[in-house]
Design a protein around this ligand. Structure first.
Ligand SMILES: CC(C)(COP(=O)(O)OP(=O)(O)OC[C@H]1O[C@@H](n2cnc3c(N)ncnc32)[C@H](O)[C@@H]1OP(=O)(O)O)[C@@H](O)C(=O)NCCC(=O)NCCS
Length: 288
């Protein structure tokens, strides 16, 4: 990502005290990167700080300032752009302001605490076996990872870019090369039917600032072939990660699409709780 303007925005209350502030960061996703799959090519990200007795009104004013700021930034008028704000999922007081300004909740960052949730490996359906994946499985891991991108692309947050498969392959190749990778394949009679791949804490530092839980692993992808869904394979794959993470006292964080009807109940049942919801206006000029 390339740093942008870093404009500072501030809102004063009736008594001239500061009630909201934010900085707008402009960034461009690197062509061919995984980051480019996860959103618009050019992103204008507001980091908000809201205080004062009326958080809703304060955020509303801050969003208006941000909209006015973006209206005079020529690049924000482009098609492949987004105005992005990560809002604490449980901070319900600000939600109406986000909606009123034309932002949609696209993604959720959720975490599962190592200390608060017991881990266990559930049985697989008959005929299915789970084993750790390794470098020799790169083709199937990359293919199933690309299936997750394709599925998530239905919901508007993730974009299946022309070089998506290539970017994902490069990412998972590094993870599979590690000693005892946190990656597992489910197989029926030797044929792959499911995949889980995660970044160990050493590789997940990029998302660590999103939570105070530490150490932290990032669950990059979970996929079960459509004909095999709803029979417990996803739960069993997840159990393998949770048991290894629990043994290492590692919490797990992940991202899912807010309207993915398979992911939302699944992750809730697996013990994940939403931390941050990513609200976006796409293109950025749709911020109102
Ligand atoms: C999300 C996904 C991996 C789940 O895999 P799965 O194998 O279907 O998961 P499970 O069978 O373990 O659990 C699915 C549901 O079936 C239920 N279930 C589990 N075992 C069952 C069984 N033996 N009999 C009946 N139902 C069962 C579970 O309770 C679960 O319900 P929930 O979603 O309300 O929690 C799968 O739907 C998928 O690949 N989706 C597309 C890609 C995707 O969305 N990935 C996640 C992106 S963040």
């Amino acid at each position: 990502m390339v740093a942008g303007c870093g404009a500072d925005l501030a809102v004063e209350g009736p008594d001239r005290r500061l009630v909201a502030a934010g900085s707008c960061e402009h960034s461009a996703a690197v062509p061919g990167s995984l980051d480019l799959i996860e959103g618009a090519a050019l992103r204008f990200r507001l980091t908000p700080y809201v205080t004062g007795p009326d958080a809703l009104a304060s955020l509303d004013k801050l969003l208006s300032r941000w909209r006015d700021h973006l209206a005079v930034v020529p690049e924000a008028a482009g098609e492949d752009t987004a105005a992005v704000i990560a809002w604490p999922s449980r901070d319900v007081a600000g939600v109406r302001a986000l909606v009123a300004h034309g932002l949609a909740p696209l993604g959720v960052i959720a975490a599962r605490s190592a200390s608060r949730r017991p881990a266990m490996i559930a049985d697989c359906p008959p005929g299915v076996r789970i084993r750790r994946a390794g470098p020799a499985d790169l083709d199937v891991v990359a293919r199933m990872g690309t299936e997750v991108v394709r599925f998530d692309a239905h919901f508007g947050g993730v974009i299946e870019r022309p070089r998506a498969a290539e970017a994902l392959r490069a990412e998972v190749a590094g993870l599979l090369d590690e000693h005892e990778p946190w990656a597992w394949l489910a197989e029926r009679d030797g044929d792959p039917v499911g995949l889980l791949v995660a970044e160990r804490p050493e590789a997940a530092g990029w998302i660590a600032p999103r939570t105070c839980q530490s150490p932290l692993a990032y669950l990059l992808a979970l996929f079960v072939a459509p004909a095999e869904r709803g029979a417990g394979i996803g739960t069993a794959l997840t159990g393998h990660l949770h048991c290894e993470a629990a043994a290492a006292r590692v919490s797990v964080i992940l991202q899912y699409e807010q309207v993915n009807p398979l992911a939302v109940p699944f992750w809730g049942h697996q013990g994940y709780r939403p931390l941050w919801t990513t609200w976006e206006a796409r293109p950025a000029r749709m911020l109102r």
